[in-house]
Structure formats: structure tokens, C-alpha cells
Design a protein around this ligand. Sequence first.
Ligand code: ZN
Length: 375
Amino acid sequence: MSTPTTLGRPLRPRGKLRQEDARRHHRSLLIQQLFRDGPASRADLARAVGLTRVTVSDLVGELVGEGLLEELGAPVGTRVGKPPTLVGLAADSRHIVTVDLSTDGRVAGAVVTLLGSVVERRQRDLDGRRGREAQLLVHELVAELVAATDRPVLGIGVGSPGVVDAVGTVVDAPNLGWHDTPLAKDLAAAFGLPVFVANDANTAVLGEHTFGEALEGGLMLLRVGTGVGAGLVLEGTLLHGHRAAAGELGHVVIDPDGAECGCGRRGCLETVLAEPRLRRRLETEDAATVLAEVGERLGVALAPVVGTLNLHELVLSGPTDLLDGPLREAADRTIRARTMPVSGEELVVRTSTLGDDVVIVGAAVLVLAGELGVS
Ligand SMILES: [Zn+2]
């Protein structure tokens, strides 16, 4: 398995890079450039990443040899002189196997290209399986997905509910009956592939950051489903927190006299915002009123976060019939009313453009970042 620190890249370079590290870093720079901006000539690549043309030609040759990059011929319309050959990322040269455990009652998986396109999907019902049984079902699904592709598999990415530590051990996921479950270690041993496991909201925010329509500034994705969680990408880095629990907003108490929560306390954000609770209220109460009230409460809870971090975007991910409308509008309004203009003016509050695939493609980003150094 790769080093667990790849995702939380250090903010400052520590000491001098060893030669092989420099080479790895330069390879990542080139792949990242092609990943973000598409095909380019060697000369353009050298200019874009600030390396010499000799270094770029050498590395491109190596990457073409490995099949990760491909020669695409000359751009159309080039007439004068010898046209430059473009190189691009070979999106289909390797596939990524991803698993989404964020939806209650089922295990979903996919085979994804290096550019985040889903080429195969599989799904299994949990049927009440928990603990070791649930873990074995994940193994079965992964085996099926690995068999479904004829390309080399770059790695396995998993978005799991609960708190997940830096080496991919699920510290605590009550719905699956997992406690200190070494999901990444066991999958790596079973399949002999690099494995990356992260909390589902953290996985989702990576999906949005890389394959959604994310802007450049800080991004928080709030995932609403059976529970409520958040993931944060700040200054281009996924935020983990001291004990890998950054973004655990669902169990912040917003009303000490509120309804009882699964965690044993009262009035957690989850008790008003989680999908099952919200749907139950909508059976008997006026939808627009309820959604606006919940949106306002969410705004009250998030205003200090937005003010503290000066976020650029707040993305609501989950059932859009609940989230996109009065709820989002009220949250947006409330956050602006409770923060300085500098915090609120350019804040974008929106729903995810990736819909239900946000964890599936986010899990691919875990692998891309860990194995190729791109996101
Ligand atoms: Zn709670």
C-alpha cells in the first residue's frame, strides 16, 4: 500500500527532495497538467510546468512507454513547419475500482476511467449483513468489478460511512457494525492492489473538487442521507483534522431540547436534517415551511464555519427534491445575514452537479491522488 500521507500533502517542503522523489514529483506535475487541461505538445508542457524540454521529453517518453500517456498526432490546422505532436492522458489505459458504502442497505461499486467516467456498475443489497459479513460482501463486489475490466487496475477506492483513519481503518461505522475494521489492509491483502479508504463525505468532496464544477477557493460539501456529514477541501488539500474526524457536523447539537439522536444526545443537526427524519415531517406538515425552517437552522449552524474558513463554496449533496429549493435558499440567506460581507458576498451555495455518483467518482480521486499524485 502507498504511504497514507499522500492525500494530506504537507504545506511546506521538508528538506531537499531525493532524486527519485524529484522524478516522481515531476511525473505528477506532467500528468496533473494533462489531467486538468487536456492534450498538449511537449514544448507547451515544459512551459506550463516550468521544466526543461529535455526533462519533459524524457519523462513523456517514459510515461508513453508505460501506456499512461498516448501520442495523439498533430493538432488540426497546423501548416507551417513540422507540426508538434500532442500527448494526452490515456484515460482508458488503467481502470479504477470504486465502492460507495454511503447509502443505507446497499453496497454500490463501479469501474471508472482515469478521467472519472463510469464504465461498469455493480450493486448488492446488504440484507442486514453487518461486521465481518458486510466486509465479505464488499470483497465479493470488488472481485466482481476487478473481473469486469480487461485493463490493469490502478487501485481500489472506497467511501465508507463513519470515522476512517489515515491508513484506511474504519474506526467506527455503527450502521455497518464496523469498529476498528482494517478495510484497506484486508482489501490490499486480498487483491494485491493499492487501496484507499476514506469517510464518504470526504470522498464526496474530492469527487466534487476534481470532477464537479468546483471553483478555486475553499469548498465544503455537506452530505445528507441517513446521516449528515461534511468534507472540506481547503487550499487544494483535503482536511483530515486531529483525529481524522474533520467535518463531523452531523452530531453538533443545535437544539439541546430537540429530538433524541442515535448518538444518545438531543438536538444534533442530524435530527432535523437527515433524510428519513425530514421525509417523516413532510408527510404531515407543509413542505415549503418545513424546508425553509430546516434551511435556516442549517444556516445558523454553518455561519460560524463559513466565517472561520472564508469558504468559496458550500455544496449540498443528497436528495435534491429536499435540498434544492426553500432549504438551500434559506441556508444561503441565513449564512449571509450572519457573516461579514467579505465572507458572504462571493459564497456560492449550490447542490452537487454529480448527483448520486459523487462518492463513486470521489473514490476514484482517492486512488488518482494516492497513486499518480493528481486530483
Ligand atoms: Zn447525534
